[in-house]
Write a protein that binds this ligand. Structure first.
Ligand SMILES: N[C@@H](CCC(=O)N[C@@H](CS)C(=O)NCC(=O)O)C(=O)O
Length: 210
């Protein structure tokens, strides 16, 4: 299997954090990582468009030649191939809670932060658009408030005592903000503490560069 990625880009980073966390738990998954340089616009090359006509990352190329082009589907696929140790949860309820938090971290945080970055100071040259940035800042607010509230019970990670895919997605999103010096946790003390705790761990340090 080949995983096409680029550092700091949040969707590939989410998958790479998943792999690092899984490996840290003893579940190393063998695959080759291939860099597609988004800054150099290699995602628009005929070679990459042949892999993924949307011209995005990540892409997981299976040994059969089939390709997966959605980050969470890539994680789901790898999780099915290697169910242990689980990166969601051992029973249906904890699995669902972790997946729900992942969806909130992805659709409610990663996506808005991505739009804010790209309409404020896009690393790949998208035009600035303050109105769109303001719209996504509003969309971000209730999602961060929800995650902040989830941490009220003192749990160390988003879904409980152990790291799940939800933590990977949130960490990938926040790194992308830091890349453009955008901070989102100033009024979220529990999330700020979570961020420090999560980033202090070896698996996170192996992937996150900012
Ligand atoms: N829904 C896709 C989104 C993928 C995506 O937007 N990837 C970004 C990097 S985080 C990308 O490749 N952008 C390249 C571009 O916009 O040119 C997923 O979750 O995998």
């Amino acid at each position: 299997m080949k995983l096409y990625t680029f550092p700091i880009a949040p969707n590939p980073t989410k998958v790479r954090l998943y792999l690092a966390e899984k490996a840290a738990l003893g579940g190393k998954i063998a695959l080759e990582e291939v860099t597609v340089n988004l800054i150099e616009r290699e995602q628009r090359s005929p070679e990459h468009l042949a892999r993924n006509r949307f011209g995005t990352l990540p892409v997981l190329e299976l040994d059969s030649g089939a390709r997966l082009i959605e980050s969470l589907v890539i994680i789901d696929y790898l999780e099915r191939l290697h169910p242990e140790p689980t990166m969601f949860g051992p029973d249906p309820e904890t699995w669902a809670q972790a997946r729900q938090l992942e969806r909130i971290a992805d659709l409610g945080v990663l996506l808005p932060i991505g739009r804010i970055v790209h309409t404020t100071d896009s690393p790949v040259g998208y035009p600035a658009n303050p109105a769109v940035a303001a719209y996504y800042r509003e969309r971000l607010r209730p999602n961060l408030a929800h995650l902040e509230a989830e941490l009220e019970d003192g749990r160390p990670f988003l879904a409980g005592e152990r790291v799940t895919v939800a933590d990977c997605t949130l960490a990938a999103a926040l790194q992308f903000g830091r890349f453009r010096k955008l901070a989102f946790l100033d009024e979220r003390p529990r999330l700020a503490a979570w961020d420090e705790r999560y980033r202090g761990r070896e698996a996170a340090k192996a992937v996150l560069v900012l």
